[in-house]
Design a protein around this ligand. Structure first.
Ligand code: HEC
Length: 172
């Protein structure tokens, strides 16, 4: 009986070693789980999906006509030219026509009195009026920049509808 137990134990040990050894040499190579390869495959696939799902009509139409609008404000003075340039920084929040954006909590400023705009900008920069959203932009604005941008904004039509109506396709 003891001999049988010893024999079985040795046999089990032997089988265990054999199993472990086979496991080690099991054909699961790193090659198959190469992260780089998986990434490349994924990217290629994603690019293909994008290509297939891209809107076809645009391609079929051949030519996408992008209407370029002439500036609503007649940039007939150097100050308005400068103001228009500065206003480029305001569009993201206040909109192209200064119509404001609820999503940014940015109010309508188009057509507002120039002195009021200038005063608000001055006050915000000085900290007399707190405006965290505009802080970064205000740091880069000089008193002259504020005058210039205010001169531009005051010329914008005093409503989004008027702004849209005033837009004219740019002459090429
Ligand atoms: C990151 C978004 C953002 C940008 C960019 C931005 N603004 Fe504002 N602006 C706001 C927000 C938000 C308010 C409202 C602040 C408040 O609640 O007091 C505001 C308020 C104002 C006001 C006060 C309006 C009023 O009726 O009192 C003026 C004037 C103004 N902005 C002008 C500008 C100008 C000019 C620029 C570009 C140089 C500009 N803003 C860029 C977000 C922005």
């Amino acid at each position: 009986m003891t001999r049988l137990i010893v024999f079985l134990s040795v046999l089990t040990g032997f089988i265990l070693i054999l199993v472990l050894y086979t496991f080690k040499t099991f054909p699961v190579s790193n090659d198959k789980f190469d992260l780089k390869k998986t990434e490349t495959t994924y990217n290629t696939h994603a690019a293909k999906v994008l290509e297939v799902t891209a809107p076809k009509e645009v391609e079929a139409a051949g030519e996408v006509v992008e209407v370029e609008y002439a500036p609503v404000v007649d940039l007939n003075t150097p100050q308005l030219v400068a103001g228009n340039k500065i206003f480029g920084q305001c569009i993201a929040c206040h909109g192209k026509g200064g119509e404001g954006k609820a999503s940014q909590k940015a109010p309508h400023i188009g057509g507002q009195y120039d002195w009021y705009i200038e005063k608000q900008l001055t006050d915000m920069k000085a900290g007399a009026r707190i405006n965290v959203a505009m802080n970064t932009i205000l740091k880069g604005l000089s008193p002259q920049d504020m005058k210039d941008v205010a001169a531009y904004v005051t010329k914008l039509p005093w409503s989004k509808e008027k702004y849209l109506a005033a837009q004219q396709p740019a002459k090429k």
